[in-house]
Design a protein around this ligand. Structure first.
Ligand SMILES: Nc1ncnc2c1ncn2[C@@H]1O[C@H](COP(=O)(O)OP(=O)(O)OP(=O)(O)O)[C@@H](O)[C@H]1O
Length: 270
């Protein structure tokens, strides 16, 4: 469990990235921070592994204030996946994935074994292990980034717009892959995106933020769609857009779900 307690962050120069933020992120589930550019999503995410130190309040992991933890150890115990995968260009896929285990003192052989295993977990052919990042597609690079985040089997995985830089088709593939992984692994995932569809698809808990890390609303996707707390949230969720409005029509004795554009999207059971 991750807990933000009245956390704030003002950067040198006076930018208030996060005013005052309190929230609990339950274990073994995915919390998504979603909001427009500059609202403080990345700042909140990076507070969890102390890449950003709060200027007020505390962040706790399993009831321990992380300010009391060794920052390097803490960082290595938490998986981190960033936009553009952030791979080291002059290192092979295998070396990129194995960086943290090697730093933690694992042997070369054990690191290789574990890295190959985790490449398979994220759906990559182990034959790619000796390639360099530039020899991979954007989607494959992102998978390597996810593998690197998972290699030490961390309880917590931080994902900062991990699928932001790939084309829409690959993006959907990666999103579905993450849902599968999460069903298998049950990590505590903190995921940052500015894409509301991605947030609703991946989040067990979705946090809609406005400027200064202010919470516009928190809830499950179903709760947010059923009870948007404000006009801002309604608009943000696109509830005024036709695609989100569904209705039921009967065709040949079956109940068909049709979207606001009149396109059939599914069949109602029972
Ligand atoms: N190191 C820094 N020094 C000064 N200001 C910063 C720093 N990092 C972030 N900020 C500012 O803090 C605010 C929040 O930034 P943050 O990166 O958390 O937003 P974000 O919601 O993740 O945005 P984006 O979606 O564009 O990545 C912004 O106004 C940003 O310019």
């Amino acid at each position: 469990m991750i807990e933000y307690r009245t956390v704030g962050k003002t950067f040198p120069g006076g930018t208030v990235a996060v005013g005052e933020f309190s929230l609990t992120l339950p274990s073994h589930s995915t919390t998504v921070f979603v909001g427009s550019s500059g609202c403080g999503k990345t700042t909140l995410l990076r507070m969890v592994n102390r890449m950003v130190e709060p200027s007020a309040g505390q962040v706790l992991i399993d009831d321990v204030d992380i300010a009391t933890r060794n920052p390097v150890e803490l960082r290595r115990s938490i998986g981190y996946v960033m936009q553009h995968a952030g791979l080291l260009p002059h290192r092979t896929v295998l070396d990129n994935v194995g960086t943290v285990p090697r730093l933690n003192g694992a042997s070369r052989a054990e690191t290789r074994r574990r890295s190959l295993e985790v490449l398979e977990t994220v759906g990559l052919d182990p034959q790619l292990a000796d390639r360099y990042p530039r020899q991979l597609s954007g989607g494959q690079q992102q998978r390597v980034g996810v593998a690197r985040g998972l290699v030490s089997d961390p309880n917590i995985l931080l994902m900062d717009e991990p699928f932001g830089a790939v084309d829409p088709i690959v993006r959907v593939e990666l999103q579905n892959e993450l849902l599968r992984l999460q069903r298998e692994l049950g990590k505590t995932i903190v995921f940052v995106t500015h894409d509301v569809d991605e947030a609703l698809l991946l989040g067990d808990q979705v946090v809609i933020l406005s400027t200064g890390g202010e919470v516009a609303q928190v809830g499950s996707p179903a709760e947010l769609l059923a009870n948007p707390a404000s006009e801002f949230v309604r608009t943000f969720l696109g509830l005024d857009k036709a695609e989100r409005t569904l209705r039921v029509e009967e065709t040949d004795g079956r109940r068909i779900v049709v979207d606001g554009n009149g396109r059939a999207t599914g069949v109602l059971d029972g």
